[in-house]
Design a protein around this ligand. Structure first.
Ligand SMILES: [Zn+2]
Length: 417
């Protein structure tokens, strides 16, 4: 296990990067790398990691990925011109290998006009992606830079995957897993408030289309209001959410969550005029669920709500589509050596961490479910900032997280006799 003087030296080394770190993060935040538009950001991180000792390569996303049964994407962007960045630092041999992964894409700015104009106020840097996930990329970079500057030699190989499309279905991570990159453990760097997540909930996107029958307001009861039918379906969906919460309570990894299941209608549109009985409503939403359910089961449950509805009209005039996000849940075995290695590393740095399930999906699920690699999620302070308007990161935490990553890399990839 790493000793106190090495920890002190790592802290001293990373401290020197403070100013350079702030300008690097500002530069990355100023690139509007919304999912599907990561090309410029990928160029920037390719150049960044090329400055380290190791091999930095561009890994194209292949068109054949779209035929993969596990492929899902919430964007329809061409793969050309936005290859993903892979950095590889070969060890001397005989140690365990590690993949560190972080995503280059961000969610859209929404109404936030200054989202891609980074602003610094005291110890905070504001901008879309400052926390999620560009802060994590910067922490990984400085962890490696410090190790290399200190001439620390590792026995195991370390590689970094900088992915596309994490926010919209994680096709980038799937592409890298399908390329066959393997390691003894994968640490997905996301802002987790310094908690370790060794499981992740699943998420299924859906769209429900309800047909009605138009008529004049004066003949209301001769028509069929799609809006009234939709409200019945919404009621059933809320009941289904209650059911998911009931069966999720106390489920391993997720015991701390009061509401371990979600059904959200995020968008609704329908009708055309106040005095016309509406003949069309579209509901768009998502289901969040624990690993006690499979993705296909959720699909079946939702279909049942529609096609076994006691309302004959709903049964015969409603369609449900599952396009977009199809995030499977995942869960590591309890007390896995990889998880414990990170937990012990953090403890040696004086940080007590919880190990729990993540109420969100991220790249880790593909590395675990499809790549068969132990995968956990860990990173710095989030404080509710991911995807928030005025997203900001607490700058001193970036280098503190870099020290934690560096210590973990040593503990995992170095062979102690
Ligand atoms: Zn993220």
């Amino acid at each position: 296990m790493i000793n106190a003087s090495l920890i002190a030296k790592l802290k001293e080394t990373t401290c020197k990067y403070e100013n350079e770190m702030v300008s690097l993060l500002s530069k990355l935040v100023s690139i509007p790398s919304v999912s599907g538009e990561e090309a410029e950001m990928q160029k920037a991180v390719f150049q960044l990691f090329s400055s380290l000792k190791g091999e930095t390569t561009k890994i194209p996303m292949r068109e054949s990925l779209r035929e993969d049964p596990k492929y899902a994407s919430g964007v329809n962007s061409a793969f050309e011109d936005r290859p993903q960045t892979r950095f590889f630092w070969k060890g001397k041999g005989g140690g365990k290998s590690l993949i560190l992964c972080a995503h280059t894409d961000v969610v859209p700015a929404g109404n936030w006009k200054e989202a891609f104009k980074p602003k610094i106020e005291g110890d905070l840097l504001f901008g879309r992606g400052a926390v999620d996930d560009k802060g994590s990329i910067v922490s990984i970079y400085y962890a490696l830079k410090a190790l290399q500057e200190m001439n620390i030699e590792l026995e195991g190989d370390v590689e970094v995957h900088l992915t596309n499309e994490e926010e919209v279905g994680m096709a980038g991570a799937l592409a890298l897993v399908r390329e066959g990159f393997k390691a003894d453990g994968v640490l997905v760097a996301e802002p987790t408030d310094h908690q370790i997540f060794d499981a992740g909930r699943g998420c299924l996107q859906f769209m429900i289309e309800i047909k009605g029958k138009q008529s004049h307001l004066g003949k209301k009861r001769y028509g069929v209001s799609a809006i009234e039918k939709a409200s019945k379906i919404i009621e059933s969906l809320v009941q289904y959410e209650d059911h998911l919460i009931d069966i999720g309570r106390g489920y391993p990894h997720f015991e701390n969550y009061k509401y371990p299941g979600q059904v959200n209608i995020g968008k609704i549109h329908g009708g055309s005029f106040f005095s016309i009985v509406p003949d069309n409503v579209v509901l768009e939403g998502g289901v969040g669920f624990l690993p006690n359910k499979e993705l296909e089961e959720i699909e079946t449950d939702l279909k049942k709500i529609i096609f076994e509805n006691e309302d004959e009209w709903i049964k015969n005039n409603t369609k449900i589509y599952f396009e977009g996000l199809k995030n499977e849940p995942y869960a590591m075995p309890d007390n896995h050596p990889f998880t414990l290695s990170l937990k012990n590393t953090l403890e040696s740095l004086g940080r007590k961490t919880d190990v729990l399930g993540m109420m969100a999906s991220c790249d880790a699920r593909y590395y675990y479910n499809q790549g068969n690699m132990p995968s956990i999620v860990y990173g710095g302070i989030n404080n509710g900032q991911s995807h928030a308007e005025n997203e900001h990161v607490y700058l001193p935490d970036i280098l503190e997280t870099a020290v934690e990553y560096a210590c973990f890399i040593i503990n995992w990839c170095k062979k102690y006799n």
